[in-house]
Design a protein around this ligand. Sequence first.
Ligand code: SF4
Length: 437
Amino acid sequence: MTNTFCPIPWIFQAVRSNGDLRVCCQANVTKNKGVIRKSNGTAYNSGVDNLQEARNAELMKNIRSNMLHGKWSEECGRCQREEDNGLTSRRQYENVQWKYSIVDALTDTASDGSIDIEKTPVIYYDLRFGNFCNLKCRMCGPSDSNAWFEDWIKLTGKNTFNDTSGEITIENVNGKLCASDFDWPNNESFWQQLEANVHNIEHVYFAGGEPMLIERHYEFLQKCINVDAAKNITVEYNTNMSTLPPRVIKLWEKFKHVRVGASIDGMDKVLEYQRYPAKWDKLHKNLTTLDSMPENIQSWFAFTVTAYNVFHMVDFMKWKLQESNFKRISGTKSKPIVSHHVAHNPEHLNIRVLPPELKIIATKKFDDFVQWVEDNNYPDYVLRSARHIRNGIIKYMNSESYYEEYWDYFVTYTKSLDKMRNESLIDIEPIFEGHFK
Ligand code: SF4
């Protein structure tokens, strides 16, 4: 096997929130953000284009060809860098996950990198349903959530923002702010194409916007059940947990596996601050329901680490272990506390933006947490996980500084949103007092 082969360009298809098709979310690292384009430069878009056609676009053919010749494509730079640094890349993970191997790929691929799209169907989808969401999280923006539109206009003084399809205009239609670029999930042809492939599908990852608010997604689940395909399919979500309708729980019963990443990155006021206007009590109630789900439903805390909540994260992890009573959510031996990821963007909320003296305090808090886990005689796998979380976050935070470039904007941005939302960072995280002039 070459050391660059990855099954993703053969068996997978990914849709950005604006409907543009891309290689995979890891390929986001290029200037083009890994988007698959036609020869005239426009992106293949799920709202208007044929999904199958995009699979043999130039970019896809080149990436396959490179992989079969042991070369890295620019789009795969993140996986390459992670492997160079001794980390496990998505490429390595996907090679373990899927049976589709380089032997299959060599048989299925023509010399120009094209494949027979009927013979090699898509078995794995990553679908981000527009930007329809009920929250306007501080680390998000108008591409991620339409709830952000009003604050975006107030914050920037502009009714436009950029995405992979170019400049997007926020329009006021009868008093409602909207951007039609994100309406692509209403395109019936997209769903028909997905349903036509339903017997080949093994895994669908749904994210947003907020997937639980997308009506057509429920119909898709029902369709999988009706044609007896659900028993072969794993459905996976990233959801903000603001709603967990009984009907989705009923539908999930019929699927092979359900995997739910609960986007929870704090408790009480910290969560409400980062994920405005979420209400902790409601989320907690839904988490309690999620924790009592049947065996085919696996769930975890998908904790996004930002400059706002990195200090609180330690309290959250102690709460998870000691008080929460959650047994199923983040209850596996490999990840018994949380599944975290650092918010790389926006840079002004990245933990690297913190002043050196606050980084020292954060480092100590995480060191003390590891000691606390040790002192409280938690099993070895919990201690291993605590160390892993500590090392990942602290090493990342301290390896570079964004302070000079972005701290002033962190302060301006935070104060502006605080004013608009009648909130205060100092109230929810007093550690910033004295650093926040
Ligand atoms: S190697 Fe990495 S970036 Fe490239 S397709 Fe595979 S997962 Fe995506």
